[in-house]
Design a protein around this ligand. Structure first.
Ligand SMILES: Cc1cc2nc3c(=O)[nH]c(=O)nc-3n(C[C@H](O)[C@H](O)[C@H](O)COP(=O)(O)OP(=O)(O)OC[C@H]3O[C@@H](n4cnc5c(N)ncnc54)[C@H](O)[C@@H]3O)c2cc1C
Length: 397
C-alpha cells in the first residue's frame, strides 16, 4: 500500500508530491495522471506568466501565495536550468474611466507586499515604447515568464529523484477514504489521497463528499502568436481588469522564447476538455454546464452578460487582435496568425452563493486533501501552495 496517491500530475499535484517527499522522505508517494504524457492540460496550456500578486484581495489565498510562489518558482527554475525571462509587466488604461481602477490595483499591490509602481506616459514609453496608456500605468518589475511545459517536466523529474512514482496513462476512475481504483490496475488501498485533478477536481472531491456545492464552469482561452522578431515586445502588457470577474482581459505577453503572444480569451466552454471543435465534448459536461450557465448569467455578483457579450466575439481573430491593439497600437492582424495551444480554466461556480469562486479552495476530507478551483495564478503559486498544504499535513498519514 502507498502512503499517498496524488490524482493529477499537473503542476499542483507534482508540487504537493515533491514537497511531501522533501519533508517526509520516508513516505511512499505515487502520482497518477490519465494522460500518456505530461502537461496536457492547464499546466502546459497557460500563458507561462509568473505573476507578482497585485490583483488579488489581500485576505485571499491568491494574495498570500503569489509573491512567495513567484520567488519559489524562480528558485526552482534556477536550480533546474529552466530559463526565466524577466520582462516585468505594465498595466495600461484604455480610457480615463479606468484610472481609478488602476489606482485600486496599485493599492492592492501595496497591501499585498508586492513591488508595484505608478508611472506616467513618459516612463511607460521608456519601459515599453509600443504600449499606450491614458495618463498613468502600473509597473510590476517582478512579473516574468517561463516555459510551463519545461517547468512541469522538471518537477516530475524531481519527484522521481526524491523517490516518488509518476504514473502516466493511469486514470483514477473511483476512490474514497483509504482507496482509489485505476483503469489499469483496479482497486488500490492508499493511506491518503490528494485530489489535484484540475478540470475534474470537483468530481473527485464528490467521491469523498467534499465541495458538493461546486459545479465546473469551464472557460476557454485562445492564443495567437506574432511573427515579430523576439524581443520586439519587451514587457507583458495588460489592461485594467474588471474586478467583478476573475479574468484579466486579453493581454500581450512575451513568451519564454521572446515571441509576442495575444490572449487568452475567457469564452465559456461547452466541455471540460473541448480544446478544438467537437473533439473533447462530453455529454455529462454539456448537461452540467447547461444547468449552471443560467445561474451564472443571472448572478448579481458578476457582470456576466457583459462578459459573455465581450468574450464571444473574440472567437473572431480580427476582433481579438483589435482588442489587443487598444493596448499596443502597432499590433496588426496579419502579424498574429499562428495559433497557440488553447487552455481551459477549471473555474468553479458556487451554487450555495450563486457566484463564481474567485479564490483557490483547499479542503480536507476523510483521509484526503482536495485542491479545487486551481485557476490563475495557480501555476505561479503551486510550490507555495504545496508548502502550505504539507506544513499542516495530518499526523500519522
Ligand atoms: C488559458 C490559461 C492561462 C493561464 N495562465 C496562467 C499564467 O500565466 N500564470 C499562472 O500562474 N497561471 C495561469 N493559469 C492557471 C494555471 O495554468 C493553473 O492554475 C494550473 O496549471 C493548475 O494546475 P493543476 O495541476 O491543478 O491542473 P492541470 O494542469 O489541469 O492538471 C490536472 C491533471 O489531472 C489529470 N487528471 C484529471 N482527472 C484525472 C483522473 N481521474 N485520474 C488521473 N489523472 C487525472 C489531468 O490529466 C491533468 O494532467 C492559466 C490557466 C489557463 C487555462
Amino acid at each position: 500500500m502507498s502512503d499517498v496517491a496524488v490524482v493529477g500530475g499537473g503542476i499542483v499535484g507534482l508540487a504537493i508530491a515533491d514537497e511531501l517527499l522533501r519533508v517526509h522522505p520516508d513516505l511512499t508517494v505515487e502520482v497518477h495522471d490519465k494522460e500518456a504524457s505530461l502537461a496536457q492540460h492547464a499546466s502546459g496550456r497557460n500563458s507561462g506568466v509568473l505573476h507578482a500578486g497585485f490583483y488579488y484581495s489581500p485576505d485571499s489565498m491568491k494574495a498570500r501565495l503569489t509573491r512567495v510562489g513567484n520567488a519559489l518558482l524562480r528558485e526552482f527554475c534556477g536550480e533546474r536550468g529552466v530559463p526565466v525571462r524577466d520582462v516585468g509587466k505594465v498595466v495600461v488604461t484604455r480610457n480615463d474611466d479606468e484610472v481609478p481602477r488602476l489606482l485600486d490595483l496599485h493599492s492592492r499591490g501595496v497591501a499585498n507586499g508586492v513591488d508595484v509602481e505608478l508611472i506616467d506616459e513618459r516612463q511607460l514609453a521608456e519601459l515599453e515604447p509600443l504600449a499606450r496608456t491614458h495618463g498613468q500605468a502600473l509597473w510590476s518589475p517582478s512579473t516574468g515568464s517561463a516555459d510551463p511545459v519545461r517547468v512541469v517536466e522538471e518537477l516530475a523529474a524531481r519527484v522521481q529523484e526524491r523517490g516518488g512514482r509518476v504514473l502516466l496513462g493511469s486514470q483514477v476512475v473511483a476512490g474514497g477514504p483509504g482507496w482509489i481504483s485505476t483503469e489499469t490496475d483496479g482497486y488500490r488501498p492508499i493511506g491518503h489521497v490528494v485530489n489535484a485533478a484540475g478540470l475534474h477536481a470537483d468530481r473527485v472531491a464528490r467521491w469523498f463528499d467534499v465541495g458538493t456545492e461546486y459545479r465546473m464552469l469551464p472557460f476557454k482561452g485562445l492564443y495567437w502568436y506574432g511573427d515579430w522578431p523576439a524581443g520586439r515586445l519587451q514587457r507583458h502588457v495588460y489592461p485594467v481588469p474588471d474586478p467583478r470577474n476573475p479574468f484579466l482581459g486579453v493581454h500581450l505577453t512575451v513568451a519564454a522564447d521572446g515571441r509576442a503572444k495575444i490572449g487568452p480569451t475567457a469564452i465559456p466552454a461547452a466541455s471540460r476538455e473541448a480544446y478544438s471543435g467537437v473533439r473533447g465534448l462530453a455529454a455529462g459536461d454539456l448537461w452540467g454546464i447547461a444547468r449552471t450557465l443560467p445561474r451564472f448569467l443571472t448572478s448579481p455578483h458578476h457582470d456576466a452578460r457583459a462578459l459573455v457579450a465581450s468574450e464571444v466575439p473574440k472567437y473572431l481573430h480580427s476582433h481579438l487582435v483589435r482588442e489587443a491593439a487598444e493596448l499596443v497600437p502597432s499590433v496588426r492582424p496579419e502579424d498574429f496568425r499562428v495559433k497557440g495551444r488553447p487552455g481551459i480554466r477549471a473555474q468553479l461556480f458556487d451554487t450555495s452563493r450563486n457566484r463564481l469562486e474567485m479564490d483557490f479552495v483547499v479542503r480536507s476530507g476523510p483521509r484526503s486533501t482536495h485542491v479545487l478551483n486551481a485557476v490563475s495564478p495557480g501555476w505561479t503559486t503551486a510550490l507555495a501552495m504545496a508548502r502550505e498544504i504539507v506544513s499542516s499535513w495530518p499526523d500519522g498519514e
